[in-house]
Design a protein around this ligand. Structure first.
Ligand code: BES
Ligand code: MN
Ligand code: ZN
Length: 497
């Protein structure tokens, strides 16, 4: 899809379809008023007939109005004027693109940005719209023999501005929105791939292909032999139970000044989590193919910022492995030595995410980072605490936590902070090693973060637990990767420019 901006008036502009807001009680938006006057009050007459009540998300397509430059008018219900909530604005954008997918216009003019969204500026409205319009193209049927490759007619959407001054703001929104949307699409595609295709090797190959596609981008992949030489005993203990070799993927985007400290993003890339010897129950175990979604979000975020050519340095680190039961797998009670030198008693082989992350977090010191954020589908407990709305956020630096909370609000991809108080550290005590890999039954998301905090003492660090937000589960057609938290991370990085 192509996006554009143009300065003209609703009644004059020539287009296959013009998309304008209408409100409840037959109220028209300024753009609809302009069309109404030019067409001898046709719109008010139609509204009075009651074919659309102006409720949020309703649409009505009208053909052949004379007196205006548009072939079609798509009315979109926007609720009670004049202000709409962020949520309603998104619903309105979704309704408009859903309707436009069904008819034959090859381009359209959009006026949904003329709505007032409390506290949000023009670029914000365009970013949200582009993200929603782009997401409407995302497909999940690539592995079906009869997958749907039919292209929709709509190829171009143009926002109509009243003055040329607004064009720069729209163009900025288009650029950022497209980059986020492409990052989200990549994250979703990788997430939805099954474990037998999306192996650690597959992710490593994909990272290498990104080096060829993107500027200022370098990919390095460490093999198990190299990891063993470095001493990544925690990560390798997880991988030992699998036939698939682990890969340690490093992606460096150098858009900033030489020598400027990078922001490091560490993503859990567990391509299938069976639980290992502490095996998981069968129901919904297929969803553990999504245990690499943290890693996928690092791929998506790096792609987005490289596409925007942001002037910052960012390193993506994705430790990737399977967690399988095997004669050589971790056993409960095994003690392993992490890259940091700290020893870990593996009381539950299903708490494997922290084992691969701790070595990646220690390794990240090597980049002399400004800050480190890890992203992981780490605990089922996070779903109990926050459901599927917000990601869990824990941090050793309050200013960093604050910036992430803000980026979450701004992007609509929210996180919520949980405490990382010392009192919670006690539950990781082990009689035989420096720490156990699990805490007691309660506060599972916090004790998992406590575990990670022991490997992140040398830099500002935040942890995002995306167990509840990275994918939609269940049997319905909503099941699939969400692409979160790519919007949150890109927004955060934009705020650092
Ligand atoms: N990948 C899982 C966490 C998970 C489970 C995410 C379900 C989303 C849905 C992680 O590796 C895991 O198994 N965590 C355990 C930790 C426990 C053994 C302390 C959990 O949450 O049950
Ligand atoms: Mn697990
Ligand atoms: Zn896991």
């Amino acid at each position: 899809m192509e996006y554009n901006v143009k300065t003209s008036t609703p009644e004059k502009v020539k287009t296959a379809c013009i998309v304008v807001p209408v409100f409840e009680s037959n109220k028209l938006s300024p753009a609809a008023i302009a069309l109404n006057s030019a067409t001898g009050n046709s719109l008010s007459k139609i509204l009075r007939k009651g074919d659309i009540q102006g409720k949020v998300g309703q649409t009505l397509l009208i053909h052949n109005l004379s007196g205006i430059g548009a072939d079609r008018v798509l009315l979109v219900g926007c609720g009670k004027e004049p202000d709409v909530s962020e949520q309603d604005y998104r619903k309105i954008c979704t309704a408009s693109i859903t309707a436009q997918r069904t008819f034959g216009a090859s381009e359209s003019i959009c006026l949904l940005h003329t709505l007032n969204v409390d506290g949000r500026d023009l670029p914000w409205k365009i970013i949200q719209a582009v993200r929603i319009f782009q997401a409407s193209k995302d497909r999940k049927d690539q592995l079906k023999s009869n997958h749907d490759d039919t292209e929709i007619s709509l190829k171009k959407i143009t926002w109509l501005t009243a003055s040329k001054d607004e064009q720069a703001a729209v163009n900025k929104g288009i650029k950022i929105g497209s980059a986020i949307a492409n990052g989200v699409t990549l994250c979703k595609e990788l997430g939805d791939l099954p474990g037998n295709i999306c192996t650690p090797t597959y992710l490593a190959e994909h990272a290498k292909s990104m080096q060829n596609q993107l500027k200022k981008f370098k990919t390095t992949v460490l093999e198990e032999k190299h990891m063993a030489e470095l001493g990544m005993g925690a990560l390798l203990s997880v991988s030992r139970g699998s036939c698939q070799p682990a890969k340690f993927i490093i992606m460096e985007y150098n858009g900033g000044k030489r020598g400027a400290k990078p922001i490091v993003l560490v993503g859990k890339g567990l391509t299938f989590d069976s639980g290992g010897i502490s095996i998981k129950p069968s129901p919904a175990m297929d969803e553990m193919k999504y245990d690499m979604c943290g890693g996928a979000s690092v791929f998506g975020t790096l792609q987005a910022i490289a596409e925007m050519e942001l002037p910052i340095n960012v390193v993506g680190v994705v430790p990737s492995s399977e967690n399988m039961p095997d004669g050589d797998a971790n056993k409960p009670g095994d003690i392993v030595t992490s890259l940091s030198g700290q020893t870990i008693e593996v009381l539950n082989t299903d708490a494997e995410g922290r084992l691969i992350l701790c070595d990646a977090l220690t390794y990240s010191e090597k980049f002399n980072p400004e800050l480190v954020i890890d992203i992981a589908t780490l605990t089922g407990a996070c779903i109990v605490a926050l459901g599927h709305v917000a990601a869990g956020l824990l941090s050793n630096t309050q200013t960093l936590a604050h910036d992430l909370l803000l980026a979450g609000e701004e992007s609509g991809d929210r996180c919520w902070q949980l405490p990382l108080w010392d009192e919670y550290q006690d539950s990781l005590k082990s009689n035989f090693a420096d720490m156990a890999n699990i805490g007691s039954r309660s506060a599972g998301t916090i004790t998992a973060a406590c575990f990670l905090s022991r490997y992140t003492k040398n830099y500002p660090w935040a942890h995002l637990d995306v167990a509840g937000t990275a994918w939609n589960s269940g049997g319905g057609n909503e099941k699939g990767s969400t692409g979160r938290p790519v919007p949150l991370l890109v927004q955060f990085l934009l705020s650092k420019v």
